[in-house]
Design a protein around this ligand. Structure first.
Ligand code: SF4
Ligand code: SF4
Length: 1001
């Protein structure tokens, strides 16, 4: 029996509304035969973000809904079935299952697929899909179940007391229950009046022009996720005109609309407009820069910062709350020193306020007036919008009314901003001058809640914060872009913008189908071709000879190679990329190549016994002879990213052919999706990966050529060089992941036995070499016919291989550091666990930085030779602050976990090295990393070194938010690099780094 889980109906309905599908057409929406696109099924916010992006690429609405159904079904089959095979008959219950044809089809398709994959035996004379259906009364099954329960428990029937208590609760009890809830947004009418006088934004008055006047100005265009804004800025930096458009789905249409409106506002006054420059910002900034031949495209965070600094002299904190994103920029001496962006889990707060108001039947403009009426308000738990949605339903059940719920929701916004996104418990470090901007700040209820929250953080302190709302809060990004256009003009840049007339005449067609699919690699991304036609002789466009010019733009490509159509062009791009990548070291990639390569270790095993008189010797001789044929599969996951050479060396030295040690493929979205459905628990993403990798070994590698053994050890501790630590343990989720994967493949049927594969999840203690040796011997003595001595030699060959690997990567890191110092460049250290080397876990974030010219190191590659250690830690050792350069007891007392300890030491290393900055990466649900976030940040930032992070990473790749972070980090690093160059006294002209700066700064 399958019932759609809580919130699914609400998510479908929200997306339906967004796509403008009439409610009565939703039930007829289909799944069968439609093309599917990637939509995250993990939660409604993620799904909505993906659907937004796809819609803007022109994906048809029926395909969007089918993809949503697919995501919902796959998520349920992956997580809620807990790895069990659903057995017929399958009843589809709940409103969405009962009514939506497409959702029913998605269930049928996917459940039958699982049955086929698992060779589940089904009745022969019936179509398997007919075993999955919504029964009559599907909506009432819970109520019918209650009746059944009552019938079976007749003795309790007398407990029914009538409906008086319920009536009492509805009329009085619930009101009493609200007493003690938090107060509303205001305690008195006087307070409200005073607040409004201070914070209500003044109505914008558009500029008045004289008839015949030639108006000159710069345009800033901000194409946000939920709306598009444009401003016209005068040469003396005054906002002359604004225009706004709620996103209708395509950024070109939205842009035509807002730019057209600017022009109309001028021409309606019989004036003419001379655009001196145009700069774009927002999520679609790059494609619009190309389509409009704009002068530049700047990242949103930068645009917002420039805008705040333009209007306010003293700025310490900028808090921008848009529809989807929250951005916080922390400044010192007028320069951004740090920024915080929401992860997807806290996305959509602004849009959520708006859609909740709409759900209550009022426009967002009336939100504040409604919320201000509430005397009390319910207390929402802060965090993800999906939880807020379910809180709303509970509060309504408890009898809270609209005004109260809207007030409560406004009150939770600052908690989401400051505690969830920014994670700043201590405001005194930030400074006193706060600027609130972004469209959400037009909502005075949201502003009041934020002002109260920020002020409360300064309670009892001598100084009070000055909190101001940006005078053009909704257009602050567009103003930042216009300021950039003006700056470029001042520098002598001649605008390339195609002009407003040409923009108005843009016609385009958008095509997304098999013919637009990129076939340059196995990812086969489904792209969108946007063919833009404008008036002839427009720069950058090709005249068609029929009175128009045109150009094709490509969207939806996951990498640069997919930005062109022809192989020849792709090769040109690839060559450029390869050259750029080659000149910038990336130790993640270099380590991965080194880690999993065959080693060619010499044979250390015993000779085959010549005399085989006893059965024991005969069996042993057979096992030794068999070693050359034995094929061992190893999942390429978790600790294998630091230990693979140990096992490779061990097996090779015993005569296992190097080509017969097979690793599962690197993690990809496809590998994960294909193999994750048997999962019975839902831990963090890295721990979940063992299962799909073992699936890959069984169903792919084993099918290519038979595997005899899958070796997936449970390693509980590691040897570490760090000093004064309390332990060297491995995260239990990692240790247990092999066991839970084993359970998944043996629960209903022993798949290993069926395939003739021995599954070995050997428990190993690597911190105790002697014990490790015994453990390996016990596991492999029979399989390989081992003697204790040759096992010992193999263990030592394994450790030698591991040491060789470590030596090579650390030596390589030393070379890179030397190069950084010589050239005064900045390198990035990935502060992450060994498995963050897995491109499927790090989502290639660091390759993007490599493309931007930043050499990449990892915490495990940092050299620990005497000279380097002395250089960085010598003074502290001499001063007695630490007992040894590898001592972390000065920063971390709870040093039980090997990888956490290493991360902290690496943070200390980065903080002390002038050419390194840190980017921390950690996963959603990681209980080990969370307590160290602030510690690591403090270690690095106290030294003035930039620290950035990608937290809450999981199987979903939020490309938009990753891009925003990378571009923002790049922007700030360029400024930091400039400081490094200046401090070092190097002349910019002799420095690659500075060359880039002169162009980009
Ligand atoms: S766009 Fe890039 S990743 Fe996608 S198929 Fe083409 S080459 Fe592969
Ligand atoms: S360290 Fe954190 S993310 Fe990694 S496996 Fe353990 S709990 Fe999961």
């Amino acid at each position: 029996m399958i019932s759609v889980p809580g919130g699914t109906g609400a998510v479908i309905d929200k997306i339906r509304a967004k796509l403008n599908i009439p409610p009565d057409e939703l039930c007829d929406s289909q799944y069968d035969g439609l093309r599917l696109h990637h939509v995250a099924g993990k939660c409604g916010v993620f799904a909505e973000t993906d659907i937004n992006g796809l819609q803007k690429q022109g994906v048809p609405i029926n395909e969007l809904m089918a993809s949503l159904y697919e995501a919902i079904v796959i998520q349920n089959l992956t997580v809620l079935t807990r790895g069990h095979t659903i057995r017929p008959h399958v009843l589809l219950l709940g409103g969405p299952n009962a009514f939506i044809a497409g959702l029913q089809q998605a269930w049928k398709h996917n459940i039958v697929k699982v049955w086929n994959e698992r060779e589940f035996s089904l009745p022969e004379d019936i179509n398997p899909e007919d075993l999955i259906y919504p029964p009559g009364n599907a909506l009432y099954f819970a109520a019918l179940g209650a009746i059944e329960f009552g019938i079976e428990n007749e003795q309790q029937a007398d407990n029914y007391q009538g409906i008086e208590d319920l009536e009492y609760y509805i009329n009085e009890g619930r009101l009493q229950a609200q007493i003690g809830a938090q107060p509303g947004l205001f305690s008195s009418a006087a307070e409200l009046t005073k607040f409004k006088q201070k914070y209500a934004t003044t109505q914008f008055k558009k500029a008045v022009f004289s008839p015949g006047e030639k108006v000159q100005g710069f345009i800033g265009l901000d194409v946000g996720s939920t709306s598009t804004k444009a401003v016209l800025l005068s040469p003396d930096k005054k906002v002359l005109l604004k225009s706004y458009q709620l996103s209708k789905g395509n950024p070109i249409d939205d842009t035509k609309k807002v730019l057209g409106e600017l022009l109309t506002q001028v021409e309606d006054q019989d004036a003419t407009l001379d655009v001196l420059g145009l700069v774009t910002t927002g999520y679609a900034k790059d494609i619009l820069r190309d389509v409009l031949k704009a002068d530049s495209a700047i990242v949103e965070t930068v645009a917002h910062t420039e805008s705040a600094l333009h209007y306010y002299k003293k700025v310490d904190v900028i808090c921008d709350v848009g529809g989807q994103d929250i951005k916080i920029m922390l400044l010192r001496y007028g320069k951004v020193k740090e920024f915080k962006l929401n992860t997807q889990c806290s996305a959509g707060n602004g849009y959520f306020l708006q859609s909740t108001a709409n759900d209550f039947g009022i426009p967002v403009e009336q939100y504040a007036e409604s919320a201000f009426k509430a005397q009390n308000s319910p207390t929402f738990g802060y965090g993800c919008a999906v939880f807020l949605q379910s809180d709303i339903v509970s509060f309504q059940r408890q009898g809270w009314n609209r005004d109260e719920i809207l007030a409560g929701l406004a009150k939770v916004l600052p908690k989401n901003i400051w505690l969830y996104v920014a994670q700043i418990p201590n405001f005194s470090k930030l400074g006193l001058n706060f600027i609130l901007q972004g469209g959400t700040q037009y909502n005075l209820a949201a502003v009041k809640a934020q002002v109260d929250f920020i002020e409360s953080r300064f309670k009892g302190k001598d100084e009070k914060p000055l909190i101001r709302v940006h005078k053009h809060c909704g257009e602050s990004g567009a103003i930042g872009a216009a300021l950039e256009a003006r700056r470029l003009c001042e520098e002598g840049h001649q605008s390339t913008f195609i002009g407003l007339q040409s923009t108005a005449g843009i016609k385009y067609t958008s095509t997304t189908n098999e013919s637009t699919r990129c076939l340059f690699c196995k990812n086969k991304c489904l792209r969108t071709f946007i063919d833009v036609h404008i008036e002839p002789n427009s720069t950058g466009y090709k005249n068609n000879g029929n009175g128009s010019a045109s150009r094709r733009f490509i969207a939806g490509n996951s990498c640069e190679k997919g930005s062109v159509e022809h192989v020849k062009d792709m090769r040109g791009i690839k060559k450029k990329l390869d050259t750029a990548l080659k000149s910038t070291p990336n130790l993640i990639e270099e380590c991965n190549k080194e880690l999993f390569k065959p080693l060619g270790v010499a044979y250390e095993g015993d000779p085959v016994p010549k005399r085989t008189y006893s059965a024991k010797t005969r069996i042993r001789a057979e096992a030794i002879n068999n070693r050359a044929k034995l094929r061992i599969g190893i999942p390429r996951v978790l600790l294998m990213y630091s230990l693979a050479p140990l096992f490779q060396g061990y097996f090779e030295s015993l005569g296992i052919k190097k080509g017969n040690i097979i690793y599962s493929d690197y993690t990809t979205e496809n590998l994960y999706k294909t193999g994750c459905k048997r999962g019975s628990i839902d831990p963090c993403y890295p721990a979940k990966l063992s299962l799909p990798h073992i699936h890959n070994l069984i169903y792919k590698q084993n099918k290519k050529r038979k595997l005899d053994v899958i070796f997936s050890p449970m390693i509980c501790d590691l040897k570490s060089d760090l000093k004064n630590t309390s332990g060297n343990w491995i995260c239990p989720a990692i240790v247990a992941s092999s066991e839970s994967a084993k359970a998944a493949f043996t629960k209903e049927e022993d798949i290993f036995e069926r395939e003739g594969i021995k599954f070995l999840n050997t428990f190993l203690n690597l911190n105790e070499p002697r014990l490790f040796e015994i453990q390996m011997f016990k596991e492999f003595s029979k399989i390989l016919g081992l003697s204790k001595e040759e096992n010992r030699r193999a263990v030592s060959a394994g450790f030698k291989a591991l040491e060789g690997y470590k030596h090579r990567i650390k030596h390589r890191a030393l070379e890179v550091l030397q190069q950084l110092e010589d050239e005064q460049k900045i390198g990035i250290v990935m502060l992450g666990r060994p498995y963050h080397n897995d491109p499927g876990i790090n989502h290639d974030i660091f390759t993007e930085f490599q493309k931007l010219g930043y050499p990449i190191l990892t915490q495990d590659t940092l050299p620990a030779d005497e000279e380097t250690l002395n250089k960085l830690f010598g003074e502290e050792v001499d001063a007695g602050i630490v007992s040894h350069p590898l001592d972390i007891s000065d920063v971390w007392k709870n040093s039980l976990s090997t990888n956490v300890n290493m991360k902290l030491w690496a943070a200390k290393f980065v903080a002390r090295h002038p050419n390194l900055i840190a980017i921390e990466i950690s996963n959603f649900k990681c209980g080990h990393d969370a307590p160290t976030y602030n510690v690591i940040e403090d270690i690095i930032e106290t030294s003035g070194t930039p620290y950035f992070s990608f937290k809450d990473v999981d199987e979903n790749k939020p490309s938009g938010s990753i891009r925003l972070r990378i571009e923002t980090i790049d922007y700030f690093l360029k400024r930091y690099k400039k400081e490094v160059v200046e401090k070092s006294g190097a002349h910019p002209a002799n420095n690659n780094l500075a060359d880039g700066l002169l162009v980009n700064a």
